[in-house]
Ligand binder design. Sequence first.
Ligand SMILES: O=C(O)[C@H](O)[C@@H](O)[C@H](O)[C@H](O)COP(=O)(O)O
Length: 262
Amino acid sequence: MGKPPNLYAFQGADELAAGLRTYVLDAQNSALERHDVFRVGVSGGSLPKVLGKALLEANNGDGKLQFDKWEVFFADERAVPLDHEDSNYRLVKEEILDKIPSELGKPKVYPIDVKYLDDIQEMADQYEQTLVSCFAARDSVRLPMFDLLLLGCGPDGHTCSLFPGSPLLRETDAWVLPISDSPKPPPKRITLSLPVASHGIKIGFVATGGGKKEIMKQIFDTEEGHQLPCGLINSFAQERVSWFVDYPAIEGLSFPARRGSL
Ligand SMILES: O=C(O)[C@H](O)[C@@H](O)[C@H](O)[C@H](O)COP(=O)(O)O
């Protein structure tokens, strides 16, 4: 048995952003020592905004972000044009990429190929090929290992576009999967599979606000919660997982949270 996931709770958005910044910097620095590149997978939802704040507003002189060494991938993406209001790429671009000062360099970003908007199986296969070419040949790597995955948690316990009870949760082979009936709109998306989403060197979840407190209790305090997508990642990746939450999101939680710092 490994250690349980880390749960870091912060009073407000500023404190959370500072904690998340330290975490991302640590992940960046150890990745750069390991292989001179920092491969990050990010989700949509509220995550890009929080991450933008952590990276670009919470700077307290604690270290240098080397964006020119970053490769940014999408943990899930909606099958819409890149400038569409539902696009996770658009969100990441507006909240982060467009705001990076030029002296910090520019990340290399891997959006979906919009040629395949009408064929999401092909879109997923193509995105898997992108991962293959960035992470090494498929034959030599059983699963791509992100240096850092930054994920959200839906009020039903979904993460990426892996929803509770979905047959996609049983996938053991594909790295990237299409979904055509997402309960959260829009319905057509692609997502990392559960084995890949559980395989990051570090996996950070961000969940804030009182709207998350019931699902946090289920995930951390109940046996059934371990079967939810977020709970499954907790179980597989254990201490490689760190949750960044605010106090309202953990109101009434029994699982011990570390308050105020990493
Ligand atoms: O594109 C998406 O829909 C997201 O990747 C999704 O998995 C999100 O992360 C969760 O729904 C949490 O969203 P919030 O942080 O907005 O609650």
